[in-house]
Design a protein around this ligand. Structure first.
Ligand code: ATP
Ligand code: MG
Length: 187
């Protein structure tokens, strides 16, 4: 299996680039944000719990996310590989992912880290908020998401540097330019 983690702050373009990667490499996509939004829409127990965290710009607790991820992963047993989008977001999630993949006889091959500065992220997310209708794309929640990213998520970069897996990708420019950088890093 070829397993890719797409990593970056909120609004860094993880979802957009994931779609292109899937098309080119035939990987399956697991976006924890998309799974959570579907749970909320379907009013499941998990959705009811997740909703408050998401609209506050906080992370959903690790335990819930890790269990959710494990069951999604089990539904993709025959996959050629997976692109993990929005997971892991904390060190414990990173450790849990390593363990889950190891139990399945595979591992993360590369972590693509999309690098975009905060001013541009805020700008992009506010613009997206005007069309997405997402409860978390407003200025107050965006600020909280960025704080959470810098505090809890960005330390994962060092975690993957130590494993020799981190590929930093300049996340600005056109969608095609960024994708070109990604394909080079995957090779
Ligand atoms: P983008 O996809 O544009 O980079 P994003 O990363 O902010 O935006 P999503 O990945 O869709 O958005 O996540 C939305 C929210 O869902 C997060 O702010 C968080 O509350 C929750 N969430 C998603 N993935 C996780 C995770 N791995 N751990 C905890 N909470 C998560
Ligand atoms: Mg996304």
């Amino acid at each position: 299996m070829t397993n890719v983690v797409i990593f970056g702050a909120p609004g860094s373009g993880k979802g957009t680039q994931s779609e292109l990667i899937i098309k080119k490499y035939g990987l399956d996509h697991i976006s924890t944000g998309d799974v959570l939004r579907a749970e909320i829409k379907n009013k499941t127990e998990l959705g009811k719990i997740a909703e408050g965290y998401i609209s506050d710009g906080k992370l959903v607790p690790d335990e819930l996310i890790i269990d959710m991820l494990a069951s999604v992963l089990d539904s993709k047993k025959d996959s050629k590989g997976v692109i993990f989008d929005g997971f892991p977001r904390t060190i414990p999630q990173g450790q849990a992912l390593d363990k889950m993949l190891k139990e399945r006889g595979t591992e993360v091959q590369v972590v693509l880290s999309l690098e975009v500065d905060d001013a541009e992220l805020v700008d992009r997310l506010l613009k997206r908020g005007q069309i997405s209708g997402r409860a978390d794309d407003n200025l107050e929640t965006i600020k909280s998401r960025l704080e959470v990213y810098h505090g809890q998520t960005s330390p994962l970069k060092q975690y993957y540097v130590e494993q020799g897996k981190l590929a930093a990708i300049k996340g600005t420019g056109t969608i095609e330019e960024i994708f070109e950088r990604i394909t080079k890093a995957i090779k």
